[in-house]
Structures are given as C-alpha cells and as structure tokens.
Design a protein around this ligand. Structure first.
Ligand SMILES: [Zn+2]
Length: 397
C-alpha cells in the first residue's frame, strides 16, 4: 500500500505515569492534559497529540486524504472535509468536518472525545480552560476491556436527498437502437425527480451528482453524498439507471440495494454491466476506491444501513409499481453495485426500464413516461421518509 505513512507512538504513557504519580500523591488515578485547538469557529483535537496521549496508532493517505486511527481491536476512519467518521464500524456524525491545517489533521472535539473513550474504556475526559483533563484509572484499577454496548443506531431526520443520474460524458451507459443512450434518459428522469422532491419536501435539500452531460467516477458519486452528512442530518442516495439485456423481450423496472450476495444470476449480471464503467476510470483512483481497507470498513457498517436501504428500495419499487402499469414490476433485488459501495446512508439503485426492449425504449424517450417514473420514485421517497423515524424507533429497521 503506497503513500501511507505509519506513525507509531506507543508506550509513552508508561513513562509518564510514574512521574505524575509522584507529583499527585493523593490521587488514585494519574492525569494528563490535551490541548484543544480553536479553528474556523470550532474546537478540535489534533491527531498528532491524540496518538501521543492515548497510545494510538495512525496512518494517513495523502492522496485520498483519509486516515485511520487504531488501538487494539478499535479503529476509526476519517476523511478530511467530512463530518461523518466510522468508529468501530459505526457511523459517528460530528457537527463539523475533519480539517487539515498546515499539515496537521484536526478532529472535531465531539468526534475526538468519542474516539478516545471508545479506544480506552474507563477514561474520563473533563473539559477545562482550553483543554481536556484526562483521567485514566491506574494499571491495577483498570477495568477489563469489555465489549462496549453499541449505541442505538443514529436516527436523524432526512435533511437531504442526493440524486445520481447514472453515467455521463464519455460513458454513455447502455446504448439502444438508433443510438439512444442511457446517460440522457437518466439525466432527464433525474431532473423531473429533483423538481418533484423539491416541491414535496421544501425543508429537504435536493442535490444532484451531475446536472449536465459529464463523466463522474463511481466513488466520487457517493463521496458527494457522504460529505453532506453531519450531526443530526441524514440523507438518501438514489442512483438512476436503465437496464439492458441481450434478449429484446425482457422489460420492466426494478430497484436494488447493496449486497455482496446477489439475489440471482440476473441481478449479478445487471451489477456487472453497471460496474463496467470502472474501466473508464483512472487506474490509480480505481485501485484506491475499491481495493483498499476503506471498503472493508465501509461494509462493516452496512448491517444497519443495509436494512434501511432495503426498506428504501422497497418503498421506491412500490411507488413505481403503483404508477407504471405499462411495464411490469420486477421487484426489489440486491447486488454488488460499486456506485452504492461506501454510501454511509440509505441508498438504492433504480433500473427504470430496459433500453433493449424496443417498446420500453420508446416510452423512455417520452416526457410523459419519464415524468411518471419520477412521480413513482418520489412517492416511494415520501413513503420512506414518513416511516423512517418510526420504524427506527420500533427497532424494525
Ligand atoms: Zn447504468
């Protein structure tokens, strides 16, 4: 793995303990301090100090601007510019993003405290005069490290929706008769959907990964969405596509959510077809996005997000099925779509029809059919948002 710097600062605490114990005779626990940095109107813990004070290992990748903190079996993954961090496989959303100032990585204070208390159970942090007092039980009193109970899944209102029109630019997607291209259909449907969602959910931001005919790499699409995540704000990611088959007879629409176990051979083929675009991406970036540890870590979180995504897909498919009677509903399926990998929020990929079916392809060129599909997807999104909170509360998701 190139471009990774490993910094190890271990055992430093063991030198400090005896020293402090002699100074603070009456105290049963040793204590230390870490300075809080104020920058850009927020409070941060610098990573270089965190690794020293808490015996944490750290690696940072200069190209992707992602870093990993780890101690024993604990780990945290962050990305410069993002407010969402992965801590022991769970999402932690801060109110502000991780920053990098003059080469120093600054972790938002709330996230830093969360990481430290996860990594070192029993530790107590007290905010005092521009710093954190660290109290850790001495060696003997230290409680055995028990598995921390997972906090309740983060339940935040849906405050943004990211619409991702599949393909674009040098990547036309599936091509039908007469040169009809998937990328144009997905963009047109996305525009209708955007209008509808904006009207129906005035308090929700609707963001598009592209609004014109341009090429965007797969990993960049979810990154656009992930960067919107922050404390108390959750989102939805919708990727819109058109399917193709060697058989001109197959028609209909279906909705997918991410899984490493595809529903069937057809679902696997659809994903393979959609993933194909990766050959158009730059080799170095492709490797970065899909080969390294990030992916493994991202999949660890998906148990919860997968449940939510499954419900999102179901809602959308139902919404479309109620509107689009001209073609058949092919149901909800799961498969390994690269574009959904790493989405830190409920995400679905919608195959709105078959470009290889001449009747459906014709429909997909008409405004009325595109509107109808957008209407159906919007209905599904409404349904999802409405039920989202209540189902999380019931533990049903
Ligand atoms: Zn596609």
């Amino acid at each position: 793995m190139q471009g990774i710097i490993l910094i190890r600062k271990r055992r430093r605490l063991f030198f400090i303990f005896p020293l402090l114990a002699s100074l603070v005779i009456a105290s049963p626990a040793s204590s230390e301090r870490i300075g809080i940095i104020r920058d850009d109107g927020g409070e941060y813990l610098p990573v270089d100090e965190m690794i020293t004070r808490f015996a944490i290992d750290h690696s940072f990748d200069m190209i992707s601007q992602k870093g990993k903190l780890y101690r024993k079996s604990h780990y945290a993954v962050y990305s410069v510019g993002m407010s969402a961090l992965l801590v022991d496989g769970e999402l932690f959303k801060s109110s502000r993003p991780v920053r990098r100032v003059a080469g120093r990585v600054l972790i938002p204070l709330d996230a830093g405290e969360h990481i430290v208390t996860r990594f070192s159970p029993g530790i107590v942090l007290n905010k005092k005069m521009g710093g954190l007092d660290i109290e850790q039980p001495d060696g003997k009193a230290a409680r055995p490290e028990k598995k921390e109970r997972s906090p309740m899944p983060v339940k935040d209102r849906i405050s943004f929706i990211v619409i991702d029109p599949g393909h674009g630019g040098k990547d036309p997607g599936a091509v039908g008769k007469g040169g009809l291209e998937e990328k144009d259909i997905t963009l047109a449907v996305a525009r209708h959907l955007r209008e509808k969602l904006k009207k129906r959910h005035p308090g929700v931001r609707v963001i598009s990964t592209r609004t014109d005919d341009r090429f965007i790499e797969l990993s960049r699409r979810t990154e656009i969405a992930n960067r919107k995540l922050k404390k108390n704000e959750n989102g939805i990611f919708l990727s819109i596509h058109v399917n193709a088959s060697l058989s001109g007879k197959i028609s209909g629409y279906e909705t997918f959510f991410l899984s490493q176990n595809p529903t069937n051979e057809e679902a696997r083929n659809t994903a393979a077809l959609e993933n194909n675009v990766i050959i158009l991406e730059k080799k170095s970036k492709r490797k970065k996005a899909f080969d390294d540890l990030d992916f493994i870590e991202a999949t660890m979180i998906t148990t919860q997000i997968q449940k939510e995504s499954s419900f999102l897909a179901e809602s959308i498919q139902n919404g479309m099925a109620a509107r689009n009677k001209k073609f058949s509903s092919r149901g909800v399926k799961k498969a390994d779509f690269f574009v959904l990998r790493g989405a830190l929020m409920p995400a679905a990929l919608i195959e709105i029809g078959y470009i290889s079916n001449s009747r459906e392809a014709r429909s997909l060129t008409t405004k009325s059919h595109r509107r109808l599909i957008a209407e159906g997807i919007a209905d599904g999104v409404d349904q999802f948002i409405k039920k989202y909170n209540s189902l999380v509360n019931l533990g049903g998701m």
